[in-house]
Design a binder for this molecule. Structure first.
Ligand code: NAI
Length: 377
């Protein structure tokens, strides 16, 4: 297979998520990092791109320049990752799809349900791939959980408990730091802060593992740091399409917690438990039996888990490798598209999943502003 030219927008020096994308895209030798518009400051973005090995002519000062430059090239990038702050996702993703590029957009896909619906249309019309980086679904054992649920290992799923609660924005004295502040600024993030930033990962994980959609929810949203107009903590109850009861907690003020993403699924004949900080073990308890530890890399796992695992059992695989599984499946799909075939997007979260999350964000804000009233998505 020839390597795919890949471009990155955002993810500049010191950014949180840029390094994970650069590692993930190049992990399996499937992509060349060829172009970028890495920073909101043109000169800083150009300089950093060149430090990372981009040709000067392809280390762009901003994304519009990159769109024009790459559109004009025969060897243009085939996949563009959008890793900028949330309020830019819609405009950049739409422009690149319309110009015929495949796009992997960071979550949340857009700021409003209307924009998300419009992107579904743009993506379908373009015939290109529009994926959303719910990268934690790339973990081998998350995929194994999904396979276990699908084949009935824990019976009908009664309840799912999912959380994404960290403590990194708990310092009231640091609330005005620009790196923190944008995450709570309605201009930058829309109607929700912590739920839109982290809660949607937890909610998406619930839909991914159970293969159900969220139908309605009730949210209790609070600002534990009073200067914030948007929530930094939320408890969300939800109901899923096959009747599963959902509970979700998200917080950025949970001091002592680091990443804090995890999921538990409780069925009629068994339970499963997985956390992002120990991603190589999955805990399985059959009804009436002892808790078993399923190790990533052991024999006899599902095909989804086997193909998502690179190193042998006993060695840790972490987040960039999970993101790498999204990139490798996108590479296979892009090669299929280029060959005129229908791509198999496997387990990659697509624009429709991104749009579901945006509906959930709107519903959480609506419910949170109405004393936790239940609302339909
Ligand atoms: P950050 O604030 O650490 O970095 C943002 C980067 O984007 C900076 O380098 C900035 O200069 C650049 N940038 C801003 N506007 C730009 C523009 N118009 N053109 C080009 N570059 C621009 O933010 P962080 O945490 O890296 O988040 C970026 C996005 O990734 C957000 O949407 C966030 O929700 C998402 N994210 C996703 C994660 C995941 O697990 N999937 C984890 C962390 C963030």
């Amino acid at each position: 297979m020839t390597t795919i030219n890949w471009g990155l927008i955002g993810g500049g020096r010191g950014s949180q998520i840029g390094p994970a994308h650069r590692l993930a895209a190049r992990l399996d030798g499937l992509y060349n990092f060829t172009a970028g518009a890495l920073d909101h400051r043109a000169e800083e973005g150009r300089a950093y791109g060149q430090e990372l090995g981009l040709e000067p002519s392809r280390s762009y000062g901003d994304w519009r320049e990159m769109l024009a430059g790459e559109s004009a090239r025969a060897d243009r990038v085939d996949l563009v990752t959008v890793a900028t702050p949330n309020n830019t996702h819609f405009e950049i993703t739409k422009a690149f799809l319309e110009a015929g590029f495949n796009v992997l957009c960071e979550k949340p896909l857009t700021m409003t349900p209307k924009e998300a619906q419009s992107l579904i249309g743009v993506a379908r019309e373009s015939g290109k791939i529009c994926a959303v980086n719910y990268g934690y679904t790339g973990y081998a054992l998350v995929r194994h959980m999904r396979a276990m649920v699908a084949r009935g290992d824990i019976g009908k799923v009664r309840m799912v408990f999912t959380e994404f609660a960290h403590g990194h924005h708990a310092d009231a004295a640091d609330a005005d730091n620009p790196r923190v502040r944008w995450r709570y600024d309605p201009e930058m993030v829309g109607v929700s802060a912590q739920f839109a930033d982290c809660g949607i990962h937890a909610l998406h994980l619930a839909t991914f593992v159970t293969n159900q959609r969220v139908e309605r929810l009730s949210a209790d949203c609070v600002s534990l740091i009073p200067s914030r107009t948007l929530e930094d903590d939320a408890m969300v109850n939800f109901r899923m399409s096959e009747g599963t009861v959902g509970r979700l907690w998200t917080s950025s003020c949970a001091l002592g917690r680091q990443h804090g993403l995890g999921i538990q699924v409780f069925g009629e004949t068994g339970g499963l438990r997985w956390t992002q900080e120990q991603p190589n073990q999955l805990f399985y308890t059959p009804l009436g039996g002892r808790t078993q530890i399923i190790e990533r890399g052991e024999g006899g796992l599902s095909p989804e888990a086997d193909r998502s695992s690179r190193v042998t059992i006993g060695h840790s695989e972490g987040m960039p490798l999970a993101f790498g599984n999204i990139y490798s499946e996108l590479a296979t799909a892009i090669h299929a598209l280029k060959a005129g075939q229908t791509p198999d997007l496997g387990l990659v979260p697509l624009v429709e999943a991104g749009a579901d999350s945006i509906s959930a964000i709107a519903a959480v804000a609506r419910s949170g502003n109405n004393n936790g009233q239940w609302v339909e998505l």
